[in-house]
Design a protein around this ligand. Structure first.
Ligand SMILES: [Zn+2]
Length: 357
């Protein structure tokens, strides 16, 4: 955990200019619903300010889109927009995480390149919208590096998506196995926030101990009180299960909608977001926590002298980057004696939880 003493959203201006400059030059006038007015939550804790900042950014972005104005990227992250910060008390508790001991050569990550892919029929303005909102939600270099470095993408589809579970025509879904947020392009502006809510909850759960059970407790305790700013249908959807509850809460929060019906969950999500925002890519993975612990133990226990075969390919356990570990589950057979031998690791999918709409 590399917790940062400074306010992480106060990034170097030049860097942000480079990152955001010119990416938001949209001139059309899409039909946006009116966003709520920005009401920063006073001088609360740092987490609240993170979200207040995001809300400011989202609203500025959408308002600018609606009015056909080019957003001055440098102004988005100016201190003016994050002056509510006054301390760093936002880390309420630091959950347990794995500390790796191996010298893993992490790959280069280009956070300036696009991570949005799209079908041929998707309008350019929708692609730019998806990229712009994604970069607002992945607001600092840590969050961007986690997303890109773990191989995540946003894909825009020009045709309706296949049903998932009991959702017949999802506007979007999050595919954890393939590390992709998939969106039916005409619904992008509505659904992208919800899907990023799934992404953040999942990444948090993957990387810190006991998160799943904590989320389950919050769901049982508070979901019945949830009210979505999007209306009754979304309110019902947010109560459906723990995954939807967190995604809908996140959607509410980045739109500055009233989330006080579920105060513990609201605080929890702020905390989750802040911890992720303060953690470098090298410590954040898209692999289930428990499986990663087991895999890492194998690497540490046998890595010095054993041969590792992962899904038929020989890998070097000293340098294998677990960011690349392909799925959530695996089985392993160890053969050999006297400190040498072979580990054959076979990965497999876990059907459950692979995709959420
Ligand atoms: Zn969902």
């Amino acid at each position: 955990m590399s917790l940062d003493d400074r306010d992480w959203w106060r990034e170097d201006r030049k860097k942000k200019e480079k990152l955001y400059g010119g990416d938001f030059s949209l001139h059309s006038r899409p039909k946006y619903r009116k966003m709520p007015d920005i009401k920063p939550k006073g001088t609360g804790n740092g987490c609240g300010n993170v979200f207040a900042t995001i809300i400011v950014l989202v609203v500025i972005f959408v308002v600018a889109l609606a009015s056909g104005v080019q957003i001055p990227g440098i102004g988005l992250l100016s201190e003016k927009n994050s002056v509510q910060s006054d301390n760093n008390n936002s880390i309420i508790s630091i959950p347990g995480k794995i500390t790796f001991k191996r010298e893993v050569p992490y790959r280069e990550i280009d956070i300036n390149g696009s991570f949005v892919t799209f079908d041929s029929g998707v309008p350019t303005k929708t692609v730019e919208l998806a990229e712009g909102i994604s970069r607002i939600l992945l607001q600092n270099d840590n969050l961007l590096r986690q997303f890109v470095g773990n191989g995540w993408t946003v894909h825009l589809s020009d045709h309706e998506l296949n049903g998932i579970g009991d959702v017949e025509h999802p506007a979007g879904y999050t595919d954890y196995k393939n590390r992709c947020i998939v969106i039916y392009a005409p619904h992008c502006e509505h659904v992208i926030f919800h899907e990023f809510g799934h992404y953040f909850a999942y990444i948090y759960e993957c990387n810190f101990e006991n998160i799943k059970s904590e989320m389950d407790v919050l769901y049982r305790e508070e979901a019945r009180n949830f009210v979505s700013y999007r209306g009754d249908q979304e309110t019902k959807y947010g109560k459906k299960n723990v995954n939807e509850f967190f995604a809908c809460m996140y959607d509410n929060m980045v739109h500055d909608a009233d989330s006080s019906y579920c105060p513990k969950t609201e605080n929890y999500i702020k905390n989750c977001y802040n911890i992720l925002a303060n953690t470098d890519y090298k410590d954040i993975y898209s692999v289930n926590y428990e499986y990663r612990v087991k895999l890492e133990e194998l690497f540490q226990n046998y890595g010095a002298t054993y041969t590792f075969i992962l899904d038929g390919e020989r890998i070097d356990p000293k340098t294998y980057d677990i960011h690349d570990f392909p799925t959530k589950g695996f089985s392993c057979q160890v053969s050999g004696a006297n400190g040498t031998g072979t580990l054959v690791i076979q990965t497999y999918d876990i059907e459950n939880d692979k995709i959420t709409a």
